[in-house]
Design a protein around this ligand. Sequence first.
Ligand code: HEM
Length: 384
Amino acid sequence: MLDRGLRPNAVVQYRPMQKLKVHDFLKQLLSHPQDYKHHIEHLQGAIIMSVVYGYDIKSTNDTYLRTALDANIIGQTTLLPGTILVNDLPFLKYFPGWLPGMGFQALAKEGEKLGNDMVDRPFQLVKDSMRQGTARLSVTQANLLELEKTDAAESEQAERAIAEASGSLYLAGADSTVSAILTLFLALILHPDVMRKAQAELDAVTGGQRLPDYEDRARLPYVEAICKEVLRWRMVAPAGVPHAATQDDVYEGYFIPKGSIVIANLWAILHDPRVYQDPDEFMPERFLTASGEPRDDPNLAAVFGFGKRICPGRHIAENTLFIVTASFLATYSIGKAKDAHGNEIPVGRKYTGGVISFPEKFECSIVPRPGKAEELIAAESWGA
Ligand code: HEM
């Protein structure tokens, strides 16, 4: 179900929507560049809600988005090892909620309500719009249409499964892409040479007269290489998501009993100095051949996990990252911010812990590039 509507041939259909959302993002940056993190979160929320439910969020305070964001905060908090005692001592759930230290019970109740609202309300919206014939293309709609062809149509259980699959797409997809775009910004601030090289490549393709598009991708190998290096350099989930062995196994002489938790160290795989020279350096060139052609790296797929549980949103995420990188660099330059005395404010390289890792807050200066950039950003429709 997660895969339906998110495969390579299906995600192509979301590109026009992604471009429009990125255009809105460019406009928001123009008026309030200092709120860049908020704009990135809004952009990704808008893309996910459109892909999963065919729904356009109205504003930052959009009720569906707000519910999903709040549910996400509780989800992230409770996932972190050591934050919630009952995860380690399950018998605590039998204690009355008024006892000291039992605050998790109220949190669980709130989480349950938010989680249900997050799953049910936008799902109902899609069902209603399908009935009225106004539904837009979305993963939920694709799954409901598929269900209609089967004997399970009208089955509450089957519908519930679709609703929950859609809800999990939002939870898994929002923060991960936000982290990647923040890493892009950080990398560009730290490496102005990379930014200028990409801008020159973009200008050679668009002449600075229009915004770049997906059709330009083949002629933008350096921009493409930046996207790959962003995913490798500071991967979104450095320890992936834990898996468990479904049966006894032996791997390179190690016995792995059924049920063992297996954690793939993505960081070690993608920072192995035998494979990646100076792995801690941000070097898009490592994804290009000597003649500047794109170089495939089968290892890189690891950033999206493995096997049957590999990230189903990877194609949409790659498309988002490409169009954000190309559009942002075509219209803006980013660098260190300056303090009241004109001195550059240093930018740290620290990342947060947790399943998804984010760069810690950094100050930056985002300014439109000279030439037609401001006009292109302000234009009403994409490419106009
Ligand atoms: C740069 C962006 C992203 C990265 C790096 C990323 C990475 C990952 C990783 C490492 C996993 C764990 C896979 C495993 O268990 O081995 C995962 C799972 C998942 N991702 Fe993503 N992801 C990204 C964007 C997205 C987006 C945009 C969506 C939704 C449209 C999404 C939906 C999911 C879902 C639903 C799962 C759970 C799949 C399952 O357990 O079967 N992800 N992702």
